[in-house]
Design a protein around this ligand. Structure first.
Ligand code: SF4
Length: 324
């Protein structure tokens, strides 16, 4: 598989204002993040809220500008030239978390799906209408002609998220950035939506960046994963390998959090408690140190991502045991 997208040393810091003070502190939302995605691959970006997942998506789509780093699409760096931005926005589509918020309630379904085709001036009116119906059928919104005349409030949450998927597919994108696309859906509908995305991803060999805090859906949908913590990838590799043999204490804590159904007992097994993340300017050395029960003196120095084995990398000074 050839690489379709490469992210190199991406950085985005925000200034957080303090109450009663004119001075602000720097929040490292994305801090030297690098990864690549192959054609037709699903790469998962996983972590808690505030880890920088959604900021990375915005940086890729150029809806916000990076402080530094490179975004390379099909071997061409996407700089701030209009032509490059247009190229990435045509080939890279976004699915947002909230199907109620991400589509205009005053527009009919047909206009919502036609909008990207019109913005990018694809085909004539007849061709655009044909594509609109075709793509509604692809996401199993049937009868497509009837659905296309409806307004979003006339559809269920699951159907609305299918409209969002149809709009993302309309331009035949090479990459889809899916930001928690099923987290607001009922559990029963969630499985159907994931199955549909997987089917279409395979059929059209679309690359996905699947952004989530939910490791169960990540494992179902993804092939490789990057675990983000406070703006940095702390562990990455093939998804089964990382989730079955996590080598970073934070990945282990995330996995423990989903393995224990009682929220009062989260993480007792490995004695790692998930507290609220500290402010970015509060840590020195390893950013997980304030929450890590394995911390040693050496952790005052920030660890680099180092090979565990094969394509599996972890940024931790200690070598955690492989799980049984
Ligand atoms: Fe914990 Fe140290 Fe590893 Fe950071 S480097 S995760 S503080 S053991």
């Amino acid at each position: 598989m050839t690489e379709i997208l490469k992210i190199e040393h991406l950085k985005k810091y925000f200034t957080k204002k303090r109450i009663f003070s004119s001075a602000g502190s720097s929040v490292k939302a994305v801090d030297d993040v690098s990864f690549s995605i192959k054609k037709g691959e699903v790469f998962v970006l996983a972590g808690e809220s505030g880890s920088g997942k959604s900021t990375i998506a915005k940086l890729i789509l150029k809806s916000i500008q990076a402080d530094s780093g490179k975004i390379i699409f099909e071997n061409q760096e996407i700089d701030n030239e209009n032509i490059n931005i247009k190229k990435i926005r045509m080939n890279c589509q976004m699915i947002h978390q909230d199907p109620y918020d991400s589509i205009n309630p005053r527009m009919k379904i047909e206009d919502i799906v036609l909008e990207p085709l019109e913005i990018h001036n694809i085909g004539n009116k007849k061709e655009r209408n044909r594509r609109m119906i075709e793509v509604l059928q692809e996401v199993k919104l049937e009868p497509a002609k009837e659905i296309s005349k409806k307004y979003p409030h006339m559809l269920s949450g699951g159907q609305r998220q299918r409209v969002v998927l149809a709009r993302a597919l309309a331009l035949k994108p090479k990459i889809i950035l899916a930001d928690e696309p099923v987290s607001m859906l009922d559990v029963s509908i969630r499985a159907e939506m994931l199955e549909l995305m997987k089917e279409l991803q395979k059929k059209y060999n679309i690359s996905f960046i699947y952004i989530t805090h939910d490791l169960a859906t990540a494992k179902y949908f993804g092939q490789r994963i990057g675990i983000l913590y406070l703006g940095k990838i702390v562990e990455t590799g093939p998804i089964e390998e990382v989730l079955e043999n996590p080598r970073h204490p934070y990945t282990q804590a995330l996995i423990d959090a989903i393995s224990e159904p009682n929220p009062n007992n989260l993480n007792i097994k490995k004695e790692i408690r998930i507290k609220d993340p500290p402010d970015a300017d509060e840590f020195e050395g390893c950013r997980f140190k304030p929450r890590c029960t394995y911390a040693i003196e050496k952790c005052c120095k920030e660890p680099d991502l180092e090979k565990v084995e094969g394509d599996h990398y972890s940024a931790c000074h200690i070598k955690l045991e492989q799980s049984e």
